[in-house]
Design a protein around this ligand. Structure first.
Ligand SMILES: [Zn+2]
Ligand SMILES: [Zn+2]
Length: 122
């Protein structure tokens, strides 16, 4: 069993406080408000541990690169606000895979990202 360090606990708290996918820079910024000694390397190491633990997962963001989000939310998609650069979870899935593909194609998975302006920036 791995020890729960104050750094790891702080990073978990950051994700609980911000219910949306976060980039590493955001985790460092918010995490430092809780534990001053946090730096990029510590955060990176702990994000890796949290992924191995199955508590976080990586998402490939089409604009921002890699973001991290909590696991266990089920199948869902994301909205990216071009004004504030934040990414939000969307509820459910609007994709009908059968309607989206011509005859003969077998769909195994899909990705969907919406872009626009969030309510705070509107
Ligand atoms: Zn916004
Ligand atoms: Zn979907």
């Amino acid at each position: 069993m791995r020890r729960n360090t104050i750094q790891k606990t702080a990073i978990e708290k950051v994700f609980r406080q911000h219910e949306r996918p976060l980039g590493i820079d955001e985790v460092v910024t918010y995490g430092r408000e809780l534990v001053k000694s946090l730096n990029q390397a510590t955060v990176y190491r702990n994000l890796k541990i949290l992924i191995e633990d199955g508590w976080l997962e990586r998402i490939a963001h089409p604009v921002l690169g890699v973001l991290y989000e909590r696991t266990g939310k089920g199948h869902h998609h994301h909205f990216y606000c071009r004004e504030c650069d934040l990414t939000f979870d969307l509820p459910g899935c609007p994709v009908n895979e059968d309607d989206a593909t011509p005859e003969g194609f077998i769909v195994e998975d899909h990705e969907l990202f919406l872009f626009g302006i969030c309510p705070s920036c509107d």
